[in-house]
Design a protein around this ligand. Structure first.
Ligand SMILES: [Zn+2]
Length: 308
């Protein structure tokens, strides 16, 4: 009897392991969600506020000529296009999905911070190849810089210019989601279950994508207006500086010090109960990351679209 029990226990453990191994790639595939629509809309609304008249005129004209039917063609809606494009054939041919999936994050490992590794050693794009057709194995940091160069260059085709602007609108938001700039062998927090009073339960990643953002308010435009009102001139000046790698490294630092280092001990079921103080500080960090992303997105576009 004892032997039978231990055999069935062993079988059950083996089954669990197989299920876990099956789920692991799925979890990793689910990794690339980033801010939900609300987060990206807040970032774009803030950026629109800080656009110079010339950059604004050019950006709006580029987006007005967008042939895509995945989103409306206003500045704010287009910030969600890259997620829709990635997911448009996710359950079918997966061409868009596999080509662009990894561009939405920069998976810097908490235990071995190496941005170059997270960017697949920065693969070159063959001469004459559009950035949108570049290697699938690349990171959000590289793609922001590459698409910015394309948006700035006068010789870029009109079709590629639309793509470049839409990807920039989205990826600048993505790298400011701290769990899109970090990984702790948990698919960027997707493999950790958390719960908090009033916020229900879900993955740690989803809490940062969505729950903490929704805590700021239900209407993205109202949240953006509130965040803009709170910014000081000194903050705006400071946030406008730096490079894409600096912003990703900063986002990684936030994840390491403010998310992973502050997780409480797991409960007996393995999930983490976030105390109210941690929820409150997380919401403040989300507000600041969205604010920084909006200011920085405007900075990039004001520079890239400076000439009439
Ligand atoms: Zn994304």
């Amino acid at each position: 009897m004892l032997a039978a029990t231990s055999t069935s226990t062993a079988r059950f453990a083996h089954l669990l392991l197989r299920v876990a191994l099956c789920i692991a790639p799925v979890l990793h595939a689910e990794r690339a969600l980033a801010w939900g629509d609300e987060g990206h809309e807040i970032v774009a609304t803030i950026a629109e506020h800080f656009l110079d008249p010339v950059a604004r005129h050019k950006a709006f004209a580029i987006l007005a000529a967008d042939p895509s039917t995945l989103t409306a063609h206003d500045f704010v809606a287009e910030a969600t296009w890259a997620d829709r494009y990635r997911d448009s054939d996710r359950n079918g041919t997966k061409v868009h999905y596999l080509q662009t999936r990894q561009w939405h994050f920069v998976d810097i490992e908490i235990t071995l911070a190496d941005l170059d590794a997270a960017c697949f050693q920065h693969p070159a794009i063959p001469t004459g190849t559009a950035v949108s057709a570049g290697p699938a194995a690349d990171c959000a940091v590289d793609k922001i810089d590459q698409f910015t160069a394309e948006l700035t260059a006068p010789g870029t085709s009109a079709a590629e210019r639309v793509l470049a602007l839409k990807f920039i609108l989205h990826f600048v938001g993505d790298i400011h989601q701290p769990l899109h700039a970090s990984d702790d062998h948990d698919a960027g927090g997707n493999a950790k279950q958390v719960s908090a009073a009033g916020l229900g339960s879900g993955s740690l990643h989803a809490f940062w994508d969505t729950q903490f953002v929704k805590s700021l308010g239900t209407d993205p435009a109202t949240v953006a207006t509130m965040l803009i009102a709170k910014m000081t001139p000194a903050q705006i000046a400071q946030w406008s500086g730096g490079k894409t790698t600096d912003w990703a490294t900063e986002s990684f630092g936030v994840s390491k010090a403010q998310i992973y280092a502050k997780l409480p001990k797991p409960q007996s079921n393995g999930s983490y109960l976030l105390p109210p103080t941690l929820v409150a500080s997380s919401e403040q960090i989300v507000a600041q990351q969205l604010s920084k992303a909006g200011v920085r997105l405007a900075t990039i576009l004001n520079r890239a679209l400076a000439t009439p």
